[in-house]
Design a protein around this ligand. Structure first.
Ligand SMILES: [Zn+2]
Length: 265
């Protein structure tokens, strides 16, 4: 992590610095930024890999549990000889080998209302990639209260969606999905690794845009796709003024707002 891109950084990130409109200042913002990645499976693991590739300063990875054989069709940070050991520790090892300039902090735990604030400390963006409603809702609520942008994505089989929660500017997860799907099973849905990897890459792209101000992140719009026939479309996701998490009619939480301003511009 560097305040100014060094000569080494300029070489390492040379090809992205060639992007029209992506400047050394954008690279500097990325290099001093922290992202919380909630879930490092097929989605979040891929997103973390590409955030490291792009030169993010610090990654905070949160995912409880050990690596299993059935994770290996999609979890690109993992290695076969790590089966049975801590998933977050394996992820840290891979990411540090990939880009040693990125600081990686890991937490082998689930996200809850109690620990979300602690895990989000110092983060300017969160990536929501856990395959269950409880952790996603806990993270959504904490991000809304702390005014931290959250990239939200989920998949099922060949389909998926992606949108951003930009507190006070657009809809939150609860506006879009006010109720859980009672038939949902956390590990009971099909995954083709290439689909989760593609969506993880798109999460990284949105996070980079939110952190740097480069490009135009999704706002109150959701990208939905079905890769069976490669149909991609955007649908409007208006904010619900009566949303119990982010609605204007709900009294604002006080005393927990971070001094940080989201880098959205
Ligand atoms: Zn809401």
């Amino acid at each position: 992590m560097h305040d100014e891109p060094t000569l080494r950084d300029r070489e390492r990130y040379k090809r992205q610095l060639m992007l029209r409109g992506f400047t050394a200042d954008h690279q500097r913002r990325l290099g001093t930024a922290t992202a919380l990645v909630a879930g490092i499976g097929g989605l979040g693991g891929t997103a973390a890999l590409y955030l490291a590739a792009a030169g993010i300063g610090r990654l905070v990875l949160v995912h409880r549990g050990n690596l299993t054989l059935s994770n290996m069709n999609r979890q690109v940070l993992m290695r076969d000889d790590g089966i049975g050991t801590s998933r977050v520790r394996q992820a840290k090892k891979t990411l540090r080998q990939f880009n040693p300039d990125v600081a990686v902090e890991v937490h082998d735990e689930r996200i809850t209302a109690e620990n979300a604030d602690r895990l989000l400390r110092g983060a300017q963006v969160a990536l929501s990639a856990r395959p269950n409603f409880e952790e996603r809702r806990a993270l959504n609520r904490a991000c809304v209260e702390r005014i931290i942008p959250m990239v939200e994505a989920a998949m099922n089989g060949m389909e998926g969606y992606l949108f951003n929660v930009l507190p006070r500017a657009g809809s939150c997860l609860n506006c879009v999905y006010p109720a859980d799907d009672p038939s949902w099973e956390e590990l009971g849905f099909p995954v083709l690794g290439a689909v989760s990897g593609m969506l993880g890459c798109m999460m990284a792209i949105e996070a980079i845009k939110l952190l740097t101000g480069f490009g135009k992140p999704l706002l109150s719009e959701m990208l939905v796709f079905n890769t069976v026939d490669m149909e991609f479309k955007k649908v409007r996701t208006p904010r619900d003024e009566r949303c119990e998490v982010c609605g204007e009619e709900k009294p604002a939480a006080s005393g927990r707002i971070s001094a940080q301003e989201p880098a959205v511009r």
